[in-house]
Ligand binder design. Sequence first.
Ligand SMILES: *[C@@H]1O[C@H](CO)[C@@H](O)[C@H](O)[C@H]1NC(C)=O
Ligand SMILES: *[C@@H]1O[C@H](CO)[C@@H](O)[C@H](O)[C@H]1NC(C)=O
Length: 352
Amino acid sequence: MQLPLNFYSTQCKDNCKRCRPFVLFQQCIVYITNVSTSSFVLFLLIFSLCYVVYEVKYKTGIEIFPFIPIDDSGFEEYSEKLLSTVRSSLAAKNQDKSGSLLCWVMTTSIYHKTRVQAINETWFNKCDASHLLTNNGRFLNIHSSFHTVFHNLPESYFKLFWKTRLALYFLYNNVSSEFDWYFKADDDTYVIVENLRRYLSKFDPNEPHFIGYRLRRRMPENGYNAGGSGYVLSRAAMRMFATQLFHDKELCPYHEWEDYAVARCLSSLNIYPKDTRDEQGRQRFLPWRPEQHYHADLTRSFIMDPVDKWGISVFHENLISMHHLNPDEIRLIHGMLYGVAQGIWKDKVKQV
Ligand SMILES: *[C@@H]1O[C@H](CO)[C@@H](O)[C@H](O)[C@H]1NC(C)=O
Ligand SMILES: *[C@@H]1O[C@H](CO)[C@@H](O)[C@H](O)[C@H]1NC(C)=O
């Protein structure tokens, strides 16, 4: 039934106080967009359906529309020729050129004022060199170490692999090839850098290593490292990537899941992730939210290593990273670790 336009306008104006919010909202939308009630309901239905489909696909990994092709072009377009116009900040140029641990974070200008501030205030500068790779210099000053590597790459989930591919090449080729370890994290990751260093000291950087939280989905045999909780490539692995993989479309093909694609590319040269749990079977890198690990509320189809440790043992002395944190959670964790804990340990020392 199509009601006259002015019916809704009168309703909206006169009945605001008496209308229940949803009814009012619906009537106002109907009035503003000049569509019938049934179209509005249809829109809501389609929207809800899309949402459910998205949730199912994201949470379970079931491919609901495998027949919709994804644009996988970009091998030639997003190549090293983009690197001649990259701008690097003064702080980036002043970072150490060699050392043990180089940390890099992939971000975008949307998060410069929020997430980037938080990591830059906390763990990021504890590495021997720290590099933000982003699309432009908005809200950043010369004292922040950044490179505009992604200035010609579109902001899209489906372009993530091209970003990482270019980033790894840029770091090794243009920044430095003389670090032992290259650690990648997201801008919503917290990293306990001391624990990362201690763990890496067990391995030889001249051998190809690929270290992080191992997932299994689509790579059931060897697995791949989750992107969000961070992963490390040894100098040898970086060299193999930059010299043998970057320029080879067959060995290093596109996939829309960026972390999976990186692992598939490295696996072409037999570089595989390893089981990084500690001797008590506790995970060092946590890719889901901390409370999901705590409650063992994890997406089973992704999991490679058994989940037999949860509850408070998720937070243990060998923990390296946590993911999906908001900026204030990052500051809170940092404050607890380096501020509050100091006082606790001091008292312990006094008492003995
Ligand atoms: C990076 O290195 C390539 C050569 O490998 C060069 O063409 C490009 O200009 C360099 N870019 C920067 C920003 O140093
Ligand atoms: C990042 O940290 C550096 C050094 O502590 C500081 O000078 C710079 O202003 C910070 N940048 C941002 C964006 O917070």
